[in-house]
Write a protein that binds this ligand. Structure first.
Ligand SMILES: [Zn+2]
Ligand SMILES: [Zn+2]
Length: 254
């Protein structure tokens, strides 16, 4: 081995040791199995607990249908039949289960930012399955209100949208869709109050950028879909032509 090669090998080992010092080698969830950065620090055993989104589901919002419905049947759920959401369709990689909730919670509230790789890889899977890359002009993450973003230190949807943009080569558009009202957390509200809560929450700064465009709107989890619905309505009002909501996971309930 020549001197340069030996030095590079040594340097590589030092870098790895430093990396191990700052990032965990064990799975961030079960803390018992080996997990590497490429797997987003989630081991194979934990990954096997993921529940992929399967047919049948609502062709609009992706809400899962009754289990006895034929797999090939395309249907519209009662909510989408009643009022079509602002987006054209919503898709996810997996169903929301306890594993996903744990990861998203750790990612958002416990500063475990390295989990973005795991969630981002799932979002990329959703894109590979549900979108044709050439059809889209921009990726927009659901924005946080500046007060929330300062408190959390980052916007989880923006982190995921960056990974998706790198994967799909579809440009990322930040700061055009803005959160201009500091709303209450949607989870603790009834449907009517959720809509009231979001009234005036979003604004499009430069409508020219949006006009006639096909947009992928990104968030972490879609549950009631009200936030993405509302943001999509604002984007459509600003001139967006077609909107797909892409999330890591889809909640089972409206
Ligand atoms: Zn694990
Ligand atoms: Zn639906």
């Amino acid at each position: 081995m020549n001197a340069v090669l030996a030095f590079n090998v040594k340097l590589g080992r030092i870098c790895l040791a430093l990396q191990h010092l700052f990032y965990p080698n064990l799975c961030a969830l079960c803390h018992s199995h080996w997990a590497i950065p490429q797997w987003g620090y989630v081991c194979e055993d934990c990954r096997s607990k993921l529940d992929p989104l399967t047919f049948p589901f609502c062709e609009v919002c992706g809400h899962m249908g009754p289990v006895n419905l034929e797999k090939s049947i395309s249907f519209k759920c009662s909510q989408c039949t009643l009022v079509h959401p602002g987006f054209d369709y919503a898709r996810a990689a997996v169903k929301t289960n306890s594993l996903i909730l744990e990861v998203v919670h750790k990612f958002k509230y416990s500063q475990k930012v390295y989990l973005k790789n795991f969630l981002g890889s799932l979002l990329n899977q959703a894109a590979d399955r549900w979108i044709k890359k050439k059809d889209w002009e921009m990726i927009i993450p659901i924005p946080l209100h500046p007060v929330h973003q300062r408190k959390r230190g980052f916007n989880q949807a923006e982190c995921l949208a960056r990974i998706l943009s790198k994967h799909t080569k579809i440009p990322l558009h930040l700061n055009n869709l803005q959160r201009v009202k500091n709303t209450l957390p949607q989870a603790c509200l009834e449907r009517n109050d959720r809509l009231k809560n979001l009234k005036g929450a979003f604004n499009v700064k430069d409508k020219e950028l949006i006009r006639g465009s096909r947009v992928i709107l990104v968030d972490d989890i879609l549950t009631t879909g009200t936030t993405c619905d509302y943001a999509s309505r604002v984007l459509k009002k600003a001139g967006a032509d077609y909107i797909c909501v892409l999330t890591v996971s889809r909640g089972v309930y409206h």
